[in-house]
Design a protein around this ligand. Structure first.
Ligand code: IPE
Ligand code: IPE
Ligand code: MG
Length: 249
């Protein structure tokens, strides 16, 4: 998509023809290291990280991105110490309490992927409420990946397809990549054009395994709490210079 006029007027980018990714996915990593550098408890890093979320959401709106998927809690993150998991869940509930008004005001449509029904009641209820209240919005779609695992997502899709085959609703030969994509949590949205991972780690950590097939990767050395609007726009500028070939020439 071409850059929205508003973003151009705001001086975000250099040219009216800059290619803006429709869908940006972000692995928000480095909260714990940010806290350790300051001799603070890890939870202080997560608190600082939730402020960065707001900044990046605003930058995505300004730039005219349509879909922003944020990896907030992986299915593997339950392995962390109980106190850290509890504080992450409390922070999520608080974030939704504090930000739902702003979500509505900014015309953001909130969605979630992952086994969200397994989340504790407090964050789950607030999440469901924010999703319900913002369902009619047609601005930026923000997709929170919570209790998310790419392998679990594919496993759940395979189970559902297997059930349909068993019940004679579908023949095995009818299973195509499009059919598989239509059974994933992300079925409503296009695949990410750009994946940003902060804190310099060069791995996907079970995020959107199917959907990232041809996504452009951008690794930032910055820790997530230090990641700013300008860093996000730098990633978009970098993306605009990429040549995507999808296996062609
Ligand atoms: C990302 O920061 C936040 C979550 C995974 C919830 P980390 O907590 O992974 O921070 P590091 O990687 O230990 O620095
Ligand atoms: C990935 O970060 C998950 C989230 C950002 C929510 P992790 O910190 O959990 O990933 P690893 O352990 O470094 O692979
Ligand atoms: Mg990490």
């Amino acid at each position: 998509m071409q850059l929205a006029g508003a973003a151009l007027n705001a001086g975000l980018v250099e040219s009216a023809t800059m290619r803006v990714p429709r869908h940006v996915a972000v692995i928000m990593d480095g909260n714990g290291r940010w806290a350790a550098q300051r001799s603070l408890p890890r939870v202080a890093g997560h608190e600082a990280g939730s402020r960065a979320v707001g900044e990046v959401v605003h930058a995505a709106i300004e730039a005219g991105v349509e879909f922003l998927t944020l990896y907030a809690f992986s299915a593997e993150n339950w392995k962390r110490p109980r106190a850290e998991v509890d504080s992450l869940m409390r922070l999520l509930a608080r974030f939704l309490d504090e930000r739902t008004g702003e979500i509505l005001e900014k015309n953001v449509c909130l969605k979630a992927i992952g086994r969200v029904w397994e989340l504790p009641e407090q964050p789950r209820e607030r999440l469901e409420r924010a999703i319900r209240m913002s369902a009619g919005n047609n601005g930026l779609t923000v997709i929170l990946a919570l209790n998310y695992s790419g392998r679990n997502e594919i496993t759940d899709a395979v189970r559902e397809i297997a059930r349909k085959v068993r019940d004679r609703e579908m023949e095995p030969e009818e299973i195509t990549p499009d059919v598989i994509a239509a059974h994933l949590d992300t079925r409503e949205w296009p695949d990410p054009d750009l994946l940003i991972r902060t804190s310099g780690e060069m791995r996907v950590s079970n995020f959107l395994l199917w959907q990232l097939s041809y996504t452009e990767l951008y690794i930032s050395p910055k820790l997530w709490p230090d990641f700013t609007r300008e860093d996000f726009l730098d990633a978009l500028r970098d993306y605009a210079r990429r040549e995507r070939r999808f296996g062609g020439v």
